[in-house]
Design a protein around this ligand. Structure first.
Ligand SMILES: [Zn+2]
Length: 470
């Protein structure tokens, strides 16, 4: 039995782990590398395995850094099933269609620029990674498996999903491998949510593992407590109201957007928003919000109770959901304070770029960075205090105030990760520990903490590294 880490090994994107026995080959996630040209070049490398030889793929959740390379599998011969939860099926369709659209558009723009500039055309620039047709072929392979149900996915390989509390439909994975009379439980945390986050339940622990693969995005730090973050958020809203400035929030269309809508709706109910318009500027975020609203059975107890009292936690009167490009551009012309949420969450593309281009140079404006910013991304440069940045080929001065608010994170902080690891080892201690989905420093810090608290030494897999499970 072997595990090979083909992504999210020393970084937070490109999740992709191959599980092999003598009888079966199953891939866990096939995500896109994100966050700058060097990371994105990895998406164009040939896959390090033959997709036609895979028996099945298991998708833990819809985020592109877990799902974004799935169309490359079907394009290169994968004909098995891709198992995921029912909400993940719907969210994956939204994300992959958008991803294909953006890639085709980017490549058309690149081709146009090079042609106009009389420069030689580069194949790398012209070809999108995949098209909408590839996405359709991928979506046909998605198969639903509800939380808690045991499903055989390949000879000698069965799986069960439990709620990971990260985004709607997100799952941690319990995999049971049987081969040559041996049985091993291999459990993947995948991306897990922070304990006590709103809307979704806390992540579910995974006991009785022989091997654990745990994410480590925030292995070196805790988020600021949510109540303190909300105080900071309200203070920025007050400042913007006084100065007539706009608050720009780069958000992931799925997950972060809905938790921010939740908090803003609470503020509205307490009379703290004073009718300030809040724009969710993304067709994808609008669709995802509607999907969240249609899966109330997956909300946590607090939100279910609010719903029972007729209080919908995902809407309020000054919330404006904008879909079209014209509606999006019109936001630039409104005067007075407003909150604008738009993807991409790390400012690597999407509508937030045009809002930043129009708003970053104005000192009365604010930017709230509410999520992880990977190395090389525009969001990371803003967090690091860049005085000017380049957006769509234009140099823009950064005069708006930049605020980092970690308390809204959809990822578990260090204390929750350690608590999860402790719960996973409560019955019996897993023999093998692997930390993935984290940059080197947080990953090492979490490894040190786990080794101190549990007396085990986790492996820190490198890209392409294989481990044999005895
Ligand atoms: Zn995620």
């Amino acid at each position: 039995m072997q595990l090979t880490f083909h992504g999210a090994a020393g970084g937070v994107t490109g999740s992709c782990t191959l599980v092999q026995t003598e009888r079966a080959r199953v891939l866990i996630d096939c995500g896109m590398f994100q966050g700058g040209a060097a990371a994105e070049a990895l998406n164009r490398r040939p896959l390090p395995f033959d997709p036609a030889t895979l028996d099945a793929v298991i998708l833990t959740h819809a985020h592109l850094d877990h799902s974004g390379r799935l169309p490359l599998l079907t394009r290169r011969g994968f004909r098995g099933r891709i198992w995921c939860t029912p909400p993940t099926i719907a969210l994956t369709e939204i994300l992959l269609r958008d991803s294909a659209y953006l890639q085709v558009e980017q490549s058309t723009r690149c081709l146009r620029r090079r042609t106009r500039g009389g420069r030689p055309l580069q194949t790398r620039c012209i070809d999108p990674l995949y098209t909408d047709e590839d996405v359709s072929a991928t979506l046909r392979r998605l198969a639903s498996c509800a939380y808690g149900k045991t499903q055989e996915v390949a000879p000698g390989v069965s799986m069960r999903f439990v709620d990971a509390g990260h985004i709607l439909g997100s799952a941690s994975l319990m995999l049971t491998l049987s081969d040559k009379g041996q049985t091993r439980n291999v459990h993947f945390s995948a991306d897990i949510g922070e304990n006590g986050s709103p809307l979704l339940p806390d992540p579910h622990p995974l006991p009785d593992a022989d091997a654990i693969i745990l994410e480590s995005t925030y292995g070196d730090r805790d988020h600021r407590p949510l109540d303190e973050t909300l105080v900071q958020f309200r203070s920025v809203i007050d400042q913007a109201r006084k100065s007539g400035g706009k608050i720009l929030i780069p958000t992931f269309a799925i997950g972060r957007t809905q938790s921010l809508i939740y908090h803003l709706s609470q503020m509205h109910h307490r009379g703290e928003l004073n009718g300030m318009p809040v724009f969710v500027d993304s067709p994808m975020a609008v669709d995802a919000t509607r999907l969240y609203q249609s899966h109330r059975e997956l909300f946590d107890d607090e939100s279910k109770a609010a719903m029972a009292f007729g209080c919908n936690p995902l809407t309020f009167p000054s919330l404006r959901l904008t879909r079209t490009g014209d509606e999006s551009r019109a936001i630039n012309n409104i005067s007075g304070p407003a909150i604008i949420m738009a993807p991409a969450g790390m400012c690597t593309g999407g509508r937030i770029l045009h809002h930043l281009r129009h708003g970053l140079y104005k000192p009365q404006n604010h930017v709230i960075i509410a999520g992880f910013q990977s190395h090389g991304s525009l969001g990371r440069r803003l967090v690091e205090g860049a005085a000017q940045v380049r957006i769509m080929g234009e140099v823009i001065a950064v005069r708006a105030s930049i605020h980092t608010m970690g308390g809204f994170s959809a990822h578990a902080g260090r204390t929750s990760l350690i608590a999860w690891a402790r719960a996973a080892s409560a019955g019996r201690m897993p023999r093998h520990w692997f930390l993935n989905h984290g940059e080197d420093r947080p990953r090492q810090a979490l490894a040190d903490a786990i080794s101190r608290t549990l007396g085990v030494s986790p492996h820190l897999p490198k890209l392409g590294q294989t481990f044999t499970l005895d």
